[in-house]
Write a protein that binds this ligand. Sequence first.
Ligand code: SF4
Length: 369
Amino acid sequence: MSVQSEKEQIKFPELPLITEDLLSKAQASAACQTAEYTLAERKELLDKIKKLLKQQDAVLVAHYYTSDDLQQLAEESGGYVADSLEMARFGHDHPASTLIVAGVRFMGETAKILNPEKRVLMPDIEATCSLDLECPADLFTDFCDAHPEYTSVVYANTSAAVKARADWVVTSGIALPIIKHLAERNEKVLWAPDRHLGSYVQRETGVDMLIWPGSCVIHEQFKADGIRNLKKEYPKAQVLVHPESPAEVVDLADVVGSTTGLIKASLNPEVNEFIVATEPGIFYKMKQASPGKIFLEAPSGGLGGTCESCLRCPWMAMNGLRNLAEVLETGANEITIEEDIRVKALVPIQRMLDFAREQQIVVKDKGNA
Ligand code: SF4
């Protein structure tokens, strides 16, 4: 039997469904946070949070996909806006004893894995990610056990328990060099959980890979036809695409990159118009760095986001000023990880960081989801 047909015989487990109910629940929680405040309410909340951050010896680290308010507050209060790994690393270097992670749960967990001595709180601990949900630790462990000849490589968007079972953790920025490195050692790769990023890496490297069939509810929605049409209206626009998007969208990209990679691409002084295929929270940083430029959302199928037209990740949108203030007051929503899981999950993360250092790859500049 050929290698290809042997692979075709391999059946992946049935993944948990990302149901409309699940999305509606997240959208409802997000709606509470995104409900309009008056200017006076907003100022009152911001003043209160800044005071509480000082009182609690806390620092706010926010992901690029959170609201403009949270990103601005993180910057104004001495915190940081970044991808998940840089959020954790900033938290590690910062002297504060409490990290407030505005993002989704795997980001809070990564912060805790790298900073066990610190208290890690999240505005909403139920904020999750479709990639994390579609890769439960028990299914992943069973699948790895059934295919021990493969080296397991998981994307950052996974739970601590999945990372604890993996050989490597990668961000989207460092995935290609790590997979090439494994190929040089003749290793076959079991990749999880994002199938689009996995296929992109496989196409670029030609490595023998088994690819878990998970996906991001947001990036999966981008449509190649819509981008082609928009490109007719804006022929000079560059197309910036996150590799969690489908292959036909990636094929249209002028630049394929992680969040940090796309922000860097938007700084190109020769280009003034961009069609951007990633979560639109990223526009805050792009517009801040290049105020005169035009940034257009890539057209999508309109499912999965906080509303049909906006493509905001419903779980990212569960972070807001209101629940942030509440968490600082109550100390609720603390991330805890069993120590044996944390120690095991640290191993593949550290392997990635050591590889980046040895290869002089600046993970900070590449970033991840
Ligand atoms: S945008 Fe996609 S990958 Fe990012 S947190 Fe939301 S569901 Fe997960």
